[in-house]
Ligand binder design. Structure first.
Ligand SMILES: [Zn+2]
Length: 262
């Protein structure tokens, strides 16, 4: 499931391929991913315009197509942007295809169709209506302390709550906690200032590093939990068997030896 680092990677890909070209048509192959906009309206509003720039907040990507006109993309479970050069065949799961003048196309590929495409007028209004918290890479240490330290519940559940901090999903939450050597069920309200700072630094490091590596799992450091998590997985730090538990409604993987409760 695309989390902040994947969506940032998609943003950079889209910026490098799809900006400043006139949109000649929008082909909707499956309108299931369209939210609050019909295929006809989507095409009518975008035809003749250009994607000018983009902005990411949490797991949402906003692409500007004019004054008070933004295309909002959410990649759900399996979504990704694919750029097709002259004559390239779109992937089977291409749900919506944006066609440009030079015969190139941008496809919204989404096997499982949990993705979302919408037209909005204002990013701020959208974020407010959704009640999304600050972006995980934009939040300051003092904001982070205030958000995490003042909430009751397991720290993992707080990291996953998009209304508190936007962008972190199940895989990266586990990775951040592993790096911070913190048990996912640790009560956030019991964490010291030092714990909170360690968690904040781990969050920044993990997200930044994953972006730098373009979220290519084969290139992620072997010292990370991500490449070991799952049944029969062993802790890359101490070699003991990893444990799993349901925390915040999601399966967490962790090392009971290296990750202590505060
Ligand atoms: Zn360990």
């Amino acid at each position: 499931m695309p989390e902040l680092p994947e969506v940032e990677t998609f943003k950079r890909f889209l910026d490098s391929t799809s900006l400043h070209q006139r949109i000649t048509d929008v082909e909707v192959r499956d309108s299931y991913v369209l939210k609050r906009v019909s295929a006809r309206r989507l095409t009518r509003r975008l035809k003749g315009r250009r994607f000018e720039n983009s902005h990411r907040h949490g797991k949402h990507l906003f692409v500007r197509a004019g004054d008070e006109l933004w295309l909002r993309l959410h990649f759900g479970m399996t979504g990704s942007p694919e750029y097709l050069r002259h004559g390239e065949v779109p992937p089977k799961a291409a749900r919506v295809i944006f066609c440009f003048t030079d015969n190139c196309r941008l496809a919204f590929d989404d096997q499982r169709k949990f993705g979302e495409i919408e037209l909005i007028e204002s990013i701020d209004e959208f974020l407010q209506a959704r009640g999304l918290g600050p972006d995980a890479l934009n939040v300051s240490l003092s904001q982070f302390r205030a958000i995490v330290g003042k909430h009751n519940g397991a720290v993992k559940a707080i990291l996953l709550n998009q209304k508190l901090i936007a962008g972190i999903g199940n895989l990266y939450a586990d990775e951040i906690l592993f790096r911070a050597r913190m048990h996912p069920a640790t009560e956030a309200a019991r964490m010291s200032d030092k714990d909170l700072e360690g968690l904040f630094r781990a969050m920044r490091y993990v997200l930044d590093k994953a972006i730098t590596l373009k979220t290519d799992f084969n290139r992620l450091p072997k010292s990370w939990l991500l490449t070991h998590r799952g049944k029969a997985g062993r802790c890359p730090r101490c070699g003991r068997a990893l444990k799993s538990a349901t925390i915040g409604g999601r399966t967490s993987w962790f090392c009971a030896h290296c990750q202590k409760r505060a």
